[in-house]
Each structure stands twice: as C-alpha cells, then as structure tokens.
Ligand binder design. Structure first.
Ligand SMILES: [Zn+2]
Length: 67
C-alpha cells in the first residue's frame, strides 16, 4: 500500500500508521491514516480519478471524523 505524506504537517510514512478503512458513498475505498506527529487522521484515497478531483483535504477529514 502506498502512503503519501500527511497533508497537514507533511509527515512522511514512518510517522504515519494505518488506522482504518473507509468506504466512500461512491463505493471507492479509502484508507484512514493516523499521523503520529499531530495525533490526527486523514484519508488516503486510492484511484487516480479521485486524485484528479482535487477535493480539499479538510472536506475529507470531516468525512472521516464523522465515524
Ligand atoms: Zn500530520
């Protein structure tokens, strides 16, 4: 699994840990990554189509926080 750097603080993979898996309404899978540096979580979506949408990270974070 590919992990990109934290969108908030730029922490690299060694400061990140797998947290959960998340299914978007569209049926796409996203992985929730926990940032050890800021003790927060963010979604790492897979699928090139999704990246192209350039959804603001804050929006994605809100989706995850609703769990
Ligand atoms: Zn971070």
């Amino acid at each position: 699994m590919r992990i990109r750097p934290c969108p908030r603080c730029g922490a690299i993979a060694e400061h990140l840990a797998y947290h959960n898996r998340y299914t978007l309404k569209s049926g796409q899978m996203a992985t929730v990554i926990r940032c050890k540096q800021r003790m927060g979580t963010f979604c790492d979506r897979y699928g090139a189509a999704f990246y192209d949408l350039k959804t603001p990270e804050e929006k994605v974070d809100c989706a995850c926080a609703s769990e």
